[in-house]
Design a protein around this ligand. Structure first.
Ligand code: NDP
Length: 311
């Protein structure tokens, strides 16, 4: 009876009336590794909290956020396709999330003793007071944190970067890289107009960054397209470019599979390579710290992710 064993062993043991909840809302969401990562962290921190995954259709997102607020959830994560539409559904949104045009973390807050808003997760129990939803974006900073860690590359200033893709993740990465002071940022996308729009936005906001379409070589190439999620996907960049331009580093935001065809080809061309697991980890760690006001147990969360995704 493996199902019953799981029910009595891993999943519901210890849940009581005082258990507090977080969730990721997405559509689809069944593939999400976030519950494994966060529940391992809650256990490590001794928190009587549980993290769930809820499949929410776009038309139901507003009701789902209001429902979580009414039930005094600690917080939410938002994933595809909710990150942009949620912007208009929250009580307050951080400036950087507005700039990026996407929210991936919601903190439910209440007025503290001095009138300042505090996260519900920072209080010993849920108050019967006014609650507000506060939107953040932890994706962009976590991408750069992962990049710096994986390549032991603390200072990105002046770097030449080729970014493949111009969707939500690419946009967040591009704006954050520009903020880091990279020298040249080249954006390539299947739909050229989207790349052109993003480059125009960067030119206005970060005039010191030189935007262009295709460099002869690069310090870093990033795959921020969804090419590589499926085993028979084509490479997101030509093999010839990789072989002849030999960028120093290649980062794939995809983490499942651990090594995409793009990373294999980049490695064969002599690049240092890294996948997007660190990006997933650090956005989760940042969310947990916003909810709990405590340092996230990074290595516990990393191990839980690896076990969930690769074991
Ligand atoms: P979006 O749907 O917003 O963007 C998808 C991007 O992929 C677009 O640039 C799109 O081009 C391009 N693309 C899709 N299909 C093709 C194709 N057949 N040929 C060429 N280009 C294609 O998705 P996201 O930005 O949210 O995600 C992008 C990738 O990043 C995904 O693989 C996702 O798994 C990964 N990701 C990883 C995270 C992590 O924590 N590691 C977090 C978020 C995302 P076009 O504009 O022409 O449609």
């Amino acid at each position: 009876m493996p199902y019953n064993q799981r029910m009595s062993g891993d999943c519901i043991e210890g849940i009581g009336a005082g258990t507090r909840l977080c969730a990721v809302l997405g559509c689809p969401v069944r593939h999400s590794a976030s519950p494994a990562m966060h529940n391992a962290a809650f256990a490590e921190l001794g928190l009587d909290w549980r993290y769930l995954a809820a499949e929410v259709a776009p038309a139901d997102l507003r009701a789902a956020i209001l429902g979580a607020k009414a039930m005094r959830f600690i917080g939410l994560n938002l994933t595809v396709p909710h990150k942009t539409s949620a912007l208009e559904m929250l009580d307050v949104v951080e400036e950087n999330a507005r700039l990026l045009g996407a929210v991936n973390t919601v903190v439910f807050e209440t007025p503290g003793p001095d009138g300042q808003w505090v996260p519900l997760g920072g209080l010993p129990e849920n108050p019967v007071a006014e609650i507000r939803s506060h939107g953040h974006n932890t994706d962009a900073a976590s991408f750069v944190r992962s990049l710096k860690e994986e390549f032991q590359w603390p200072d990105l200033r002046g770097a030449t970067i080729l970014l493949l893709g111009a969707g939500g993740a690419a946009r967040a990465a591009a704006l954050r890289l520009a903020e880091e002071g990279v020298g040249s940022l080249f954006i390539v996308n299947r739909t050229m107009e989207k790349a052109a729009r993003l480059m125009a936005e960067i030119a206005v906001r970060f005039p010191s960054v030189i935007p262009a379409f295709m460099p002869e070589s690069a310090d870093l190439i990033i795959n921020a397209t969804s090419l590589g999620l499926k085993p028979d996907d084509p490479l997101p960049i030509s093999l010839d470019w990789l072989k002849f331009s030999r960028p120093k580093r290649a980062y794939d935001m995809i983490y499942r599979p651990a090594e995409t065809a793009f990373l294999r080809a980049a490695k064969a061309a002599g690049c240092q390579t890294a996948n997007g697991l660190g990006m997933l980890l650090y956005q989760g760690a940042a969310a947990l710290e916003l909810w709990s006001l405590r340092p996230a147990p990074i290595e516990i969360m990393r191990a839980a992710l690896r076990k969930n995704i690769y074991a």
